[in-house]
Design a protein around this ligand. Sequence first.
Ligand code: ADP
Length: 775
Amino acid sequence: DVADLPGVPEWLPDHLRDDGIEELYPPQAEAVEAGVTEGKNLVASIPTASGKTLIAELAMLSSVARGGKALYIVPLRALASEKQADFEEFEQYGLDIGVSTGNYESEGGWLADKDIVVATSEKVDSLVRNDAPWIEDLTCVVTDEVHLVDDGERGPTLEVTLAKLRRLNPDLQTVALSATIGNAEALATWLDAGLVDSDWRPIDLQKGVHYGQALHLEDGSQQRLSVQNNEKQTAAIVRDTLEDDGSTLVFVNSRRNAEAAAGRLANTVRPHLSDEERGRLADIAEEIRDVSDTETSDDLADAVADGAAFHHAGLSRGHRELVEDAFRDRLVKVVCATPTLAAGVNTPSRRVVVRDWRRYDGSAGGMAPLSVLEVHQMMGRAGRPGLDPYGEAVLIANSHDEVDELFERYVWADPEPVRSKLAAEPALRTHILATVASGFARSREGLLEFLEQTLYASQTDEGGQLERVVDDVLTYLQRNGFLEIEAGELDATSLGHTVSRLYLDPMSAAEIVDGLRDWERGASDSTSASGSPADPQAEPPADSGFTTASELAENAAGSDDDRDPDDISALGLYHLVSRTPDMYQLYLRSGDREEYEMELFEREEELLGPTPSEFEEGRFEDWLSALKTARLLEDWATEVDEATITERYGVGPGDIRGKVETAQWLLGAAESLASEVDLDAARAISEARIRVEHGVREELVDLAGVRGVGRKRARRLFQAGITDRAQLRDADKAVVLAALRGRRKTAENVLENAGHRDPSMEGVEPAPDVSVDLD
Ligand code: ADP
């Protein structure tokens, strides 16, 4: 009974009852018995939708009640806002909630007064690197989706960050929440924690496989579920669920497939909608179109008007929220999603269909099966407690043999054990530098001792591998000037400290510094010798195509051809940051290679550093992908409209935002690095950064910086003759109003932000002779 919880604030039982929670679910009760409200460490490995959030809340609220401060680590930014909304419920009892995701180089001082902070593991890592003083005040840390330590890319950050937090404060309560995994006890050993390992679910889940005209369920029974003429299996299941007044969540393996499936399934849903539902859906479709003016937005709105939707990481946040809300309100009857959604956004549904159980995997060079853990997480979204009698999760088989295969592989299978991915060079490059720079280790031995606290160390008896990688990484960091090693002592250089605080991969920093130096020395002139990419007949060059150090020195010595850093083009800088490992580059599609080879031929002069020889397949390909990414950024910064960009590069609006934000961050870092190594390129870099931030050409940089203006309005104002912030401040209000197409509220807001004496638009009429229309 929620009245009998030890250690929690006195208001909590009533609050829970108001939320319809009278009794704890069994795994929650086990967690309380294991001391989660009394400061004890805990690993909870329980199925999706079985109430992990409440376990986290019990831990955090009781810790705060004892005068402490709690941190909740989320794996994805998209989940941060959802958790924030959950925890803000507690503000009515005087608690302060803070969320921190972006902006890596700050120490987040304002978070010092918060009782509960929500952040991604990358953000927490960066706060530690920047010595956020309040980190030491933490008394409780909760990690959501801790099984993601298994993720090669992001897992190591989580592992190292937890080790640091626990080292800074040995009494820190650590609570780790996980989907059901094969080796939960390994996580508990690593974290010195009690363990709740349970299969309990609040609502029954039936797993099954659909083939032909039947749904084969795991209890051995079969349901007739027939496929009508020309109908696909998924459509048949969606229709069958609709006839029972239920909704379906369909998981597919790519964004494109999600969009295509939603478009098709809209036809299945449409006949089942009532007039009232159609009306409300039409309103939501309008809101979706208002979020952005792109093809994705249009397609989504069209599908939603018919009660179907797609959901993937290419959507902007506004789109995602509208879709999730409409699905929860049971207006949208089917959502076709990529697996990102399964990771935690709380959108249960009567049935779940896992349509694709393979997806493209670059490292496997083709289609690879999803893990059992992922498929079980998707399946776990089936069944809404209190609304559905039970949930059903269905895999789709295309042959009789596949029915058996899918039962073996997923329905009856246990999830894989989670294994640390720390002992890999890219991960350790970053984390070793940061560990030394923030003083967690001062010698090679100290470093190895620190790494003993990771999951990796607890999972391996063979120390050799880790030591070998550590030594390789130390050599790399020393050679590139990030670390000094003297008589076994490790010390970060000033550059090393900067790189750690900027949250850069050291390899990105090296790429940026080298590129800027090359430019200064005019060294890229020497590249034409390495084989023009437009000439496929050329013989492979004798050397590797790299400019050697002595060539650089020679160039620098006879340096009449030193180039002015102010002449670095924005494209050159976008390319420089796009080729670092911190930027996800756009893929080259078929046909792209030729296009970007031409582009390279035309614009090679602008790029910083030598073009790799085309005979170095991997590096040359990366160089071209970086060019494609850089062209997208350049298009954005020359006011090409969003719809054109999404079409030209085959991306969604959310991807443009993502690339722009990363470029902004990396260019900001490049500015700091340039001044750190005395390169005088700050002006060019900062201009390129501001242009990409606002998505405008040079002449609009000042105007677009006024809050509420943005790229389109800046252009309209400019066309009306208002060319900078100062002119806006003293502008004729009638002209401003006309330029902003008669929108009074907007005009007042913009004038106020520009510092206009009297921004009121009362009685002002748009100047008739101003006509600007960019559309
Ligand atoms: P997950 O384990 O996936 O994080 P959640 O914590 O989001 O699952 O819980 C799923 C749903 O169950 C939420 O809507 C939550 O309010 C509800 N819930 C959690 N605990 C209880 C309980 N003890 N009694 C009733 N409902 C509960």
